[in-house]
Ligand binder design. Structure first.
Ligand code: HEC
Length: 125
C-alpha cells in the first residue's frame, strides 16, 4: 500500500455548474428512449431519481440526507411516503389539481418518467 499517493480529486466545482446541463441531457435522453415510449406507465428508478432530485433537496429532504435543519417553509417531508402517492401528487401539481405555485412550476417541468423516478427515490425508504 502506498500511502503517499493521493489520487487527483474530481473537481467538485464541476457538479455545481455542469450538473443542470447534465440533468437536461439525461432528461432528454430518457424522453427519447423508445422503451419508455412503448410502455404506457413509466417505471420509476430510484437511481435515476437521485440525479433528478437536485432541484428538490433544497426544500425536501432526501433519504439518506440526514442533516435536517429547521425548515424555513412548512414543507411536507415526502421521503417515506408511498411512491404512488408521491407520483400522483406530482401529477396533480402538473395538471393543476393541486394549486401550490412552487410545486406547480416544478412539477410542470417534470416528465412522467421524472415523476416515476423521483417517486421511486423518495418512496423507496
Ligand atoms: C421551493 C421549495 C420546493 C421545492 C424546490 C420542491 N418542493 Fe415539493 N413541496 C414544497 C411545498 C411548500 C409543498 C407543499 C405544497 C402544498 O401545500 O400543496 C410541496 C409538496 C410536495 C409534494 C406533496 C407532498 C404531500 O404530502 O402531499 C410532493 C410529492 C413534492 N412536493 C415533491 C417534490 C419534488 C419531487 C421536488 C423536486 C422535483 C420538489 N417537491 C421540489 C416545496 C418545494
Amino acid at each position: 500500500m502506498n500511502l503517499s499517493y493521493s489520487p487527483p480529486m474530481m473537481k467538485s466545482a464541476m457538479s455545481a455548474s455542469v450538473f443542470p446541463a447534465l440533468l437536461f441531457c439525461l432528461a432528454a435522453a430518457l424522453m427519447s428512449s423508445p422503451a419508455q415510449a412503448q410502455s404506457g406507465e413509466a417505471v420509476g428508478n430510484a437511481d435515476a431519481g437521485r440525479k433528478k432530485a437536485s432541484m428538490c433537496i433544497g426544500c425536501h429532504q432526501i433519504p439518506g440526507y440526514k442533516a435536517s435543519f429547521p425548515s424555513v417553509y412548512s414543507v411536507p417531508l415526502i421521503s417515506g411516503q408511498s411512491s404512488k402517492y408521491i407520483e400522483s401528487a406530482l401529477a396533480a401539481y402538473k395538471k393543476g389539481d393541486r394549486s401550490h405555485p412552487t410545486m406547480r412550476s416544478i412539477a410542470g417541468s417534470l416528465s412522467a418518467q421524472d415523476m416515476a423516478d423521483l417517486a421511486a427515490l423518495y418512496g423507496s425508504k
